[in-house]
Design a protein around this ligand. Structure first.
Ligand SMILES: NC(=O)C1=CN([C@@H]2O[C@H](COP(=O)(O)OP(=O)(O)OC[C@H]3O[C@@H](n4cnc5c(N)ncnc54)[C@H](OP(=O)(O)O)[C@@H]3O)[C@@H](O)[C@H]2O)C=CC1
Ligand SMILES: O=C(O)C(=O)CO
Length: 324
C-alpha cells in the first residue's frame, strides 16, 4: 500500500486519479503550510506539494518518503540536498502551466505600460481630469527583454511580438547549449540587456541570491517597466521599492514576492503604478486542473516505474528503475 499526502487544495481531476488508484491511501490536508504538512507526513511514501516550503526537518519526519511531486515546475522552496541525501525523488509537472504564466506576464506588461491600476482607481475615486496624468504608454515599438528563455519565456516572446514589441532574451545557459534557430535574438550579457530594455520580464528559476539589486536597477533605462512572474527572490525587494520611489522603475507587474502571502501593509502595496497578483500566473482554472493531473500521475507513474525521467529533477542522484 502506498500512502500519499496531498498538501493543499487539489483539483477534482487530480483527486479522482488518486482516489481511483489501486493499493493507494490518500490523506488530504486543507491548509498549505509546512507545519500542517509536518504534522501529517510521518507515514507518507509520497507527498504532493503545492508552493509551501519543504525543509530538511520535515523530510526527516518521513522515514518512508520516496517521492515528492511538485504541483508546478519551480522547486526553489524544496530542500533538494535533504531529498538527495535520502534518495528521495523530486518530480515536477510537464509543460502544463507555461502558457498560463506567459499570458499572465503579457497581461502584466500591458497593464503596467497602460497604467491600468491607476486608471481604474482614477475612475473610482478621482476627478475625471486625472486622465491627463496617467502616463500610459504604447507597447508597440518598445524593447522587451526576457530574462530566461525557457518554456515561459518563449511563449511570452510569441505573444508580445504580436503586439509589435522588439523582443530579445538573455539566457546564458541556453547560449552555451545553442540558441534556438527560430528564437528571438539574444543579448550577450545581462548588462547589455538592462541598458537596451524599455520593459523587462523575468522568466527564470530562482537559484540563490537576487539577480537584480541596486546596481542592476541603476543600469536600467529611466522609467523602465518591470514584470516578475517567476519568483520574488529574483529581485531585491528593497532595491525595487527604492527604484519605484525614485521613478527609475516607471511601472511594474508582480505576481511573486519575497514573503508569500505578502502583508497588506507592504510598501509595494503603496504604488498605484504597480499591479500585484497573489502568485496566480500558473493557477488559472485550466492550469490548476492540468497541474493536478500531472502531479498525481507522476506519483503513480513513479511507483509503477513508468515516470518520464525528464520530469524527475534529481534523477542523477539516486538509482531508480525508470522504464523510459
Ligand atoms: N507565477 C507562477 O505561477 C509560476 C512561476 N513559475 C516560475 O517560472 C520559472 C521558469 O519556468 P519555465 O519557463 O517553465 O522554466 P524553464 O526551465 O523552461 O526556463 C527557464 C530558463 O531560464 C534559464 N535560466 C536559469 N538561470 C538563468 C539566469 N541567471 N539568467 C537567465 N536565464 C536563466 C534556464 O536555463 P537552464 O535550463 O539551463 O537552467 C531556462 O532556459 C520557474 O522556475 C518558476 O520559478 C513557473 C510556473 C508558474
Ligand atoms: O509552477 C510553479 O513553479 C508555480 O509557481 C506554480 O505552482
Amino acid at each position: 500500500m502506498v500512502h500519499i499526502v496531498v498538501a493543499g487544495p487539489l483539483h477534482a481531476s487530480g483527486r479522482a486519479i488518486l482516489d481511483n488508484a489501486k493499493d493507494v491511501t490518500v490523506t488530504y490536508i486543507a491548509e498549505t503550510s509546512e507545519a500542517s504538512l509536518a504534522a501529517e507526513i510521518a507515514g507518507a511514501d509520497a507527498v504532493l506539494l503545492r508552493t509551501q516550503p519543504l525543509g530538511a526537518r520535515t523530510v526527516d519526519l518521513a522515514p518512508n518518503l520516496k517521492i515528492v511531486s511538485r504541483h508546478g515546475v519551480g522547486y526553489d522552496a524544496v530542500d533538494l540536498a535533504a531529498l538527495n541525501r535520502r534518495g528521495i525523488a523530486l518530480s515536477v509537472c510537464g509543460d502544463v502551466n507555461s502558457t498560463s504564466v506567459a499570458e499572465h506576464s503579457a497581461m502584466m506588461i500591458l497593464a503596467a505600460c497602460k497604467r491600468a491600476l491607476r486608471s481604474d482607481i482614477s475612475v473610482r475615486t478621482g476627478p475625471w481630469e486625472w486622465r491627463n496624468k496617467l502616463e500610459a504608454r504604447d507597447v508597440s515599438g518598445q524593447n522587451l527583454l526576457l530574462v530566461g528563455y525557457g518554456r515561459i519565456g518563449r511563449r511570452t516572446a510569441d505573444m508580445m511580438r504580436a503586439f509589435n514589441m522588439n523582443v530579445r532574451a538573455f539566457d546564458p545557459y541556453l547560449m552555451k547549449q545553442g540558441w534556438p534557430e527560430n528564437g528571438v535574438p539574444c543579448v550577450e550579457t545581462l548588462d547589455d540587456g538592462l541598458a537596451w530594455a524599455d520593459v523587462l520580464c523575468f522568466c527564470l528559476p530562482h537559484t540563490g541570491a537576487p539577480l537584480i539589486g541596486a546596481a542592476e536597477f541603476e543600469r536600467m533605462r529611466d522609467g523602465v517597466v518591470v514584470v516578475n512572474t517567476s519568483r520574488g527572490g529574483i529581485l531585491d525587494e528593497h532595491a525595487m521599492i527604492a527604484a519605484l520611489a525614485s521613478g527609475k522603475v516607471g511601472a511594474a507587474g508582480l505576481d511573486v514576492f519575497h514573503q508569500e502571502p505578502m502583508p497588506h501593509d507592504h510598501p509595494l502595496a503603496g504604488f498605484d503604478q504597480v499591479l500585484l497578483s497573489p502568485h496566480i500566473g500558473g493557477l488559472t482554472l485550466d492550469a490548476a486542473e492540468r497541474m493536478a493531473v500531472s502531479s498525481a500521475e507522476n506519483i503513480l507513474d513513479y511507483f509503477n516505474g513508468t515516470i518520464d525521467p525528464a520530469l524527475i529533477v534529481n534523477k542523477d542522484k539516486f538509482n531508480v528503475a525508470l522504464q523510459n
